[in-house]
Design a binder for this molecule. Sequence first.
Ligand SMILES: Cc1ncc(COP(=O)(O)O)c(C=O)c1O
Length: 343
Amino acid sequence: MAAPDIAFPLPTIDLRGFVSPVQLLPRLSEEIGLEVWAKRDDVGSVGLAGNKVRKLETELAHALSLGATHIVTEGSRHSNATRAAAAAAAAAGLRCTLVLCHDEPQEPVGNLLLDALFGADLRLVGDVSWIELAELTRKVAEELEAAGERVYRLPIGSATGRGAASFARAYAEAERQMASQGATFRSIVHASSAGSTHAGLTLGRMLRGQDTRIIGVVVAPEVYEDVPGNYLRLANAAAEHIAAHIKVRLEDMEITDRYLGEGYGLPAPGVNEAIDLFARLEGIVVDPVYTAKAAAAVIDMARRAELEGPVLFWHTGGYHALFDPAMAARVFADTPRLNALQL
Ligand SMILES: Cc1ncc(COP(=O)(O)O)c(C=O)c1O
């Protein structure tokens, strides 16, 4: 029998237009000796897709219900969350200001180019810490309020209880999609930073009463002072939003920084191989900042026989960093087939 949806009383707006597919990755599975499927949240309609769009469906519904005129949020210039927020705000007829912790590059590329294209006002505040960035963003929001805007403030990564709740629902969605193909998953692996994806999937699993292993591969540990504590807060806030009488505990979540490498947006072992294998075997793009670190985890854990299959690789989107010349050069340098192109 198909798995039911979970009760979901939160208002939403439709930004995706369709249910992102779940598909078997047969050639990758053969290569690494483990059955791997992908949940393709990298495909969708608004803003070139990604996991953030799912969260924005509940967040912007709430913003609109409060009469907001202006979305304000922050991130790095590689941020998919800011790009998705800019696109979703455009689609919902809201103004958007993004506060980005990077100096102005010579040429706007990747997500930065898209942020501008979607009509967001960009404030580049230089190389500041995530904590300083949040403070600067608070000030920008205050300025806009003083100028008469009704600001809806999205925290970094759209990490809210409402956003996480949308991922609890996504767990049941993926389960139904697998079941309709006569399959099931024993593990989920996904890239994780501000945490609402992990918090929501974990809550979804608990609401469905399952023991699936859900592994959040941390790509930006500095985003909070207390990463697990914040993930926990998000999971329990999500439970409250959907009136689920459940208490998520720290031991219900599994996060790892084993595939972080040198840090956020920086090289890590296995990343370039993951980009190469996913592209060459499956025609699927993973990016060096987020999803390739989760893909590298799947490949490495499969080779070490540390992961029970079938595995669902939750593709959270965001390949645009690959179009940043510095990023592309790093990937090319390690991949002989691409290096030979001498781009
Ligand atoms: C492509 C991609 N994957 C994963 C994540 C992490 O999602 P979350 O903030 O829910 O941990 C992000 C956002 O930072 C992202 O852009």
